[in-house]
Design a binder for this molecule. Structure first.
Ligand code: PLP
Length: 479
């Protein structure tokens, strides 16, 4: 019998082996490709048929098109010299987890619709909690990104503030003050987006200035809250960052907690990148005080070798999340529903991918030691790179290096800020265009800064040394 619209089982077996062989070959040599894609806008679309094929095509064809047509349009996050943004680094066990997830295709919207999806998520996130040195009492759930995790946390904070926004909304109410949220000027833009999407109003996100080391100034936080109270506003939440995006600065969580709690605010910790570093014993201090916070986000898809996407939201107050989101239409009612966790109660999405499987496989395959050793190595490579920059005439470090990101720039004697910005943009352009490495930039107090972010599972000392040589050569060329 012909298999209309799908493969026959024996065809699947052969095609799957071919696909896995292709993957293995690619992952052994991701450095064969330029790190940053060189295609022009529209180039990939122009190379693809405008409509779907009338007749089914073979997997051979598709793999060849992936190789020849799509690969040039891929920026290789798997490349060992991917130093831009923050790495999101997969690994073999994580990839296998994704494969099995797709095969099982379970939807864990309710406990009963696949008990293992809910219970492995609970178990895996409890493992991760322990690894990061957090205490008991945290409820975890997996989301797609830190942006959604932070949105959920602030939604819970809004409900916990006691204005019943869930039922009554915010508009047209005489009893509704401005609800205020606070974060450092270096907090991630996902906090802005959450405040916007929750209807709190972007103007009600108060950006607190940072100190010389890019950490939220806690005196300024206390002042801003007091000032808002005087104006009749209601402070509802403070977001502290453990590992900011521009510099990986670490806000003073215990002090922020003391201030925020004295005003009854929810405290959310954004540790999307930095949180997993607490798995390394000597970096445990990253989580100091965090056990008194209300919620925390950490992204295993960033620095825990788990393929996109996998973000984790922990909260001490799951009831507040439920208060914000739980709803039970008749068609989802199941017998015994109150004795189990139904993860749909804690957020917006109903359907739920089996995302914990890949994270579980990563943790099991690496072991705590394996994870800690990788993260430790990345931090060591960053410190060594910072040392090389520090001792090189004409180059500057722009921020402390507590984790695996180095902020630095070329600043030859006599050059002003405008000239320095031009030189560094040109250096970065040159290095990225050569295809052996990929860096990104930021601005710190208005100063143009290059970022070298280490986090890829394949990055070794030689890649860091090589990009340093390329950067110096580029600096000579652009002068
Ligand atoms: C990367 C990052 C985010 C956003 O992560 P997504 O998962 O892409 O939404 C938020 N906060 C910090 C500190 C980050 O480093």
């Amino acid at each position: 019998m012909p298999h209309i619209g799908d493969l026959a089982p024996e065809e699947f077996r052969a095609a799957a082996h071919a696909a896995v062989d292709w993957i293995a070959e690619y992952l052994e040599h991701p450095d064969r490709h330029p790190v940053k894609s060189r295609v022009q806008p529209g180039e990939i679309r122009a190379a693809l048929p405008a409509s779907a094929p009338q007749h089914g095509e073979s997997l051979d064809h598709m793999l060849r098109d992936v190789q020849e047509t799509l690969l040039p349009g891929i920026t290789h996050w798997n490349h060992p010299a991917f130093f831009a943004y923050f790495a999101n680094s997969g690994s073999y066990p994580g990839i296998l987890g994704e494969l099995l997830t797709a095969a099982l295709n379970a939807n864990g919207m309710l406990w009963v619709t696949s008990p293992a999806v809910t219970e492995l998520e609970e178990t895996t996130l409890d493992w991760l909690r322990q690894l990061m040195g957090l205490g008991d009492g945290w409820f975890g759930q997996i989301t797609d990104t830190a942006s959604i995790s932070t949105f959920y946390a602030l939604a819970a904070a809004r409900e916990a503030a006691g204005f019943d926004v869930r039922a009554q909304g915010m508009a047209g109410r005489a009893d509704m003050p401005r609800l205020r949220v606070y974060c450092s000027e270096h907090a991630h833009s996902s906090v802005d987006k959450a405040v916007i999407a929750l209807g709190l109003g972007h103007d009600n996100l108060v950006k607190i200035p940072a100190d010389d080391d890019f950490r939220m100034r806690t005196d300024a936080l206390a002042e801003a809250i007091a000032n808002d109270l005087q104006h009749g506003h209601t402070p509802i939440a403070v977001v502290a960052t453990v590992g900011t995006t521009s510099t990986t600065s670490i806000d003073a969580v215990p002090r922020i907690l003391a201030i925020a709690k004295s005003f009854g605010c929810w405290v959310h910790i954004d540790a999307a990148y930095g949180g997993v570093a607490a798995i390394v014993p000597e970096l445990r201090y990253l989580m100091d005080g965090v056990d008194s916070a209300d919620s925390l986000v950490v992204n295993p898809h960033k620095w825990l070798f788990t393929p996109m996407d996998c973000s984790v939201l922990y909260t001490k107050r799951p009831d507040a999340l439920k208060q914000a989101f739980a709803l039970m239409p008749e068609y989802l009612v199941t017998r015994g529903q109150d004795e189990v966790t139904n993860l749909m109660d804690y957020g917006i999405q109903l359907g739920r991918r089996f995302r914990s499987l890949k994270l579980w496989m990563v943790m099991r395959a690496f072991g705590v030691e394996g994870i800690a050793a990788r993260i430790r190595l990345h931090c060591e490579l960053a410190r060594d790179f910072a040392g090389m920059v520090h001792y090189e005439g004409g180059w500057q470090l722009m921020a402390p290096v507590p984790l695996s990101l180095v902020c630095f720039r070329y600043a030859p004697a006599g050059a002003d800020e405008v000239e320095i910005a031009r030189l560094n943009a040109a250096i970065m352009e040159r290095v990225n265009a050569a295809g052996h490495a990929y860096l990104s930039h930021s601005r710190l107090n208005g100063k143009y800064t290059l970022r070298l972010a280490i986090g890829n599972i394949r990055t070794a000392r030689e890649h860091v040394e090589r990009v340093w040589a390329e950067l110096r050569a580029a600096a000579r060329d652009v002068r």
